[in-house]
Ligand binder design. Sequence first.
Ligand code: PLP
Length: 453
Amino acid sequence: PDTLTAELTVDTAPDVEDATAITNAEAVDLDRSNVFHSWSAQKSLNPLAIAGGSGSTVWDHDGNTYLDFSSQLVNTNIGHQHPKLIAAIAQQATTLATLAPSHASHVRGQAAAKILSHAPANMEKVFFTNGGADANENAIRMARLHTGRDKVISRYRSYHGNTGAAIVATGDWRRIPNEYSRGHVHVFGPYLYRSEFWAETPEQETERALQHLRRTIQCEGPQSIAAILLETVPGTAGILVPTAEYLQGVRALCDDYGIVMILDEVMAGFGRTGDWFALDAFDVTPDLITFAKGVNSGYVPVGGVIISGEIAATFDERVFPGGLTYSGHPLAAASVVASIEAFEEEDIIGNAARIGRDHLEPGLRALADKHDVIGEVRGRGVFWALELVQDRQSRTPVTAEYMGRVKAELLRLGLLPFIADNRIHVVPPAVVTPEEVVTALAIYDQALTAVER
Ligand code: PLP
């Protein structure tokens, strides 16, 4: 049929004018009356309407534009509406828009091969999921089947997703009632600024966090522990960059006790830290890596588990009981291939690293010199946190009300922020330009000044 060979004429040029056919109020009303939202009581909902985007910018229906320094839950690493991804998705849609995971699919094979080409050398297979939570869900199941053990150790300060085992592994939302909590154990990881270990140096913090983990393993019984699941760099919990020695120490403990090491790179992977994978900076090799978000910037929902040869071999003669109807969906696969190609062609990883080193780090440190409310600046690449405190001595977090005013000021000045507890997470797309960073830094400065007054 003609559609298979027809030239696609996809208009990928963003159009701010088109967005104004309806108003923000109309979009918000329709949404509020029909859509059930998470993380907010339905009656107090007041979502910001977003109509379109391009690169690091989004706009609403009333003609306001915002610099998107949230990257939509730290997801759009390639920025909004990258033409190569849009064209690849459209092209795939005209060929085959859906396919069950049990079939062989060329585009799915290409997507897995592309992901593996940037993963550590021991990685051999990719299992596709619909997002990050179910990636962790399946990684945990693989570790349990591989070891024949049950328990999973993860950190209190962590976010691993919002399904059965993933939310129980998550440390940040322990208050959610969950029937699957059996077999999950939590530990404190390194966080020098608020050390649980009375540590004063990164070396002390690392050593004591590892001691605490070793003692926990011993007390729980090593032969009962299937996996240690860690975000390489905990994201939502505060962008807590560990030392290489910590992650290498966890690897050594896993080796000593036959435990599977799972690194969750759902937020930190695919350029966020200025590397293909955040783990690249720490010289550490896990057994399983989970990913989602940045792999295709969420243009089509996708996630997955990257599996070492050793763990994949467990299932050579044995069935892995799992699978999702949309696993390796063709539109997702096409967008993954296009995204990784664009990263390679446009040196997007290099851009994220340079922006972090030459623009964000010095700019944010200068901001902290000016504003006493900034207690700590930490991060790398396009993955930074400003921790706001009432005073630098006590390190008491600023109030939720204070953060609410900071958020309102940032929005008023045209920046879409990512706010978590008492922190501003500075997380623009990996394609952000130095000029956009200059504008954003001026907005953070003005907003903090306005709130301080
Ligand atoms: N893991 C990490 C580190 C995350 O940051 C997230 C989401 O923010 C998830 C897992 C869950 O991913 P998803 O929301 O796609 O299920």
